[in-house]
Design a protein around this ligand. Structure first.
Ligand SMILES: C[S@@+](CC[C@H](N)C(=O)[O-])C[C@H]1O[C@@H](n2cnc3c(N)ncnc32)[C@H](O)[C@@H]1O
Length: 425
């Protein structure tokens, strides 16, 4: 190593003048992810370099890496030290080393750096395995010292110039590991199956597309109203992202989508996750006879009603099979046309895994959506959330059906013997 080291510390961690700082941070979940990635991608490493480890501030996570010879390069701060960790007080950008480490960490630092791409290049030169964490989508106003917020996976990729070997989003932090030698076979299998919309968290890493359904606030809103769902009907399930999250609490989920390609993705991930409480079925909800599936305690109806040309037809069928329904849908921003006595707009459907099955769908203005729900049997409606989007207002509702069945768990149809497509109209 070159002789630029200006200080090293080996005093006892117990003498830290800033215990308070570490008490506030030691339970942060992203440290656990960093530990997991080290165990997975650098299990036999001997030399660890941490850039900006915060030792001087009182950070002590390097204690957990005591199997390594540990070096930390950081600017001088409050002067805390840590047993067994050599601290070099220098700007990493100017620091020179002729040593190659096994693992380099850089946690919650890049967002402070003027030229993060150059910084990352240097990190990659230091070790074959790098673990980087950044704040995930923090607003630009969140921290005056962050010069790149909001940071997301696209921005990180622009800095690193490559896809991570594995990554996760943990409590608003993105943790990514980059390994020169290891690869993740599951990531390759996902890539081989083409384009994905849904992003899944599997064994502590993220796979698939861009939409992390498990963290969707609509799921939280649904589970707040029914923490112990029974027999759930999920409509327009796409690739099963919500279904697998519902599976953790619901007794059973019947999930319906019109597209075979979506259902193939869903069933493949279902095997990986070993989910047994969900069954996926193909059906076009414009006409599908829901009565064949039995009765339901709850209906999860998110993002699909506004893909239908005659939404009242589906709502009528739903009120006969379920008592409670969580509904999320777009509203028409203005009344341009009238359909079946309701005012709204026609919306041209585009091609794609998320679109409707007819060329155009019908969106209702707010007042007429509420009237249509009552006409179709959902007389008791609570508005949970309403907000503007690029396409007009979006609304979340909790709807109860007057005539819907009582709790159905254990009383619905036995689902295990129903094969996909059997009930397709
Ligand atoms: C916008 S995505 C919504 C996915 C998910 N429910 C959500 O809210 O994030 C719409 C989904 O509904 C499905 N879909 C659209 N029209 C449908 C129809 N007529 N019958 C069944 N599924 C349909 C699409 O294939 C797609 O998976």
């Amino acid at each position: 190593m070159n002789g630029n080291a200006s200080a090293t510390g080996t005093a006892s961690a117990g003498t830290s003048p800033n215990d308070e700082y570490w008490r506030g941070r030691q339970h942060l979940a992203y440290y656990r992810t960093v530990r997991d990635y080290q165990r997975r991608f650098c299990p036999d490493g001997k030399l660890l370099l941490d850039v900006g480890g915060g030792v001087g501030l009182g950070c002590r996570y390097l204690e957990w890496f005591d199997g390594f010879e540990r070096t930390c390069v950081e600017l001088p701060t409050k002067g805390c030290t840590l047993d067994g960790v050599s601290v070099i007080h220098e700007d990493f950008g100017n620091w020179q080393t002729d040593r190659r480490y096994d693992l380099v960490l850089c946690l919650q630092l890049l967002e402070h750096i003027d030229d993060p791409a150059a910084f990352v290049r240097k990190l990659f030169e230091c070790a074959p395995t790098a673990i980087i964490s950044v704040p995930y989508r923090w607003p630009a106003t969140a921290c005056s010292e962050h010069v790149h917020d909001p940071v997301d996976e696209t921005k990180l990729k622009a800095w690193t110039g490559r896809e991570p070997t594995a990554w996760n989003i943990v409590e608003s932090r993105l943790v990514a590991v980059y390994s020169e030698s290891a690869s993740d076979p599951l990531a390759a299998e996902f890539a081989a199956r083409g384009e994905w919309v849904t992003r899944y968290r599997i064994n502590g890493s993220l796979y698939g597309g861009y939409f992390l359904a498990a963290d969707d606030p609509r799921l939280t809103a649904f589970l707040k109203r029914c923490p112990n769902p029974g027999r759930v009907l999920e409509l327009g399930c796409l690739e099963g992202g919500h279904s697998f999250a519902l599976d953790r609490t619901a007794e059973h989920v019947i999930a319906i989508d019109a597209r075979d390609a979506n259902l193939e993705h869903a069933r493949w991930v279902q095997q990986i996750l070993d989910v047994t409480n969900v069954s996926f079925h193909r059906g076009n909800l414009e006409t599908h006879d829901l009565a064949n599936w039995g009765l339901f305690d709850q209906i999860f109806n998110a993002g699909v009603l506004y893909h239908l040309p005659r939404p009242w037809e589906l709502l009528r069928r739903l009120s006969a099979v379920g008592r409670e329904m969580f509904l999320c849908t777009h509203l028409a921003p203005r009344a341009e046309v009238e359909q079946n006595g309701y005012r709204g707009i026609f919306f041209a459907e585009r091609e794609g895994p998320k679109s409707g099955m007819s060329g155009r769908s019908f969106w209702l203005v707010r007042e007429d959506l509420l009237r249509m729900l009552a006409d179709c049997g959902f007389g008791d409606v609570e508005i949970i959330n309403e907000f503007p989007t690029r396409l007009g207002p979006y609304i979340w509702l909790w709807c109860r059906s007057r005539n819907g069945p009582e709790r159905q768990t254990q009383q619905g149809l036995p689902v295990t013997n129903i094969r996909d497509g059997e009930l397709q109209l």
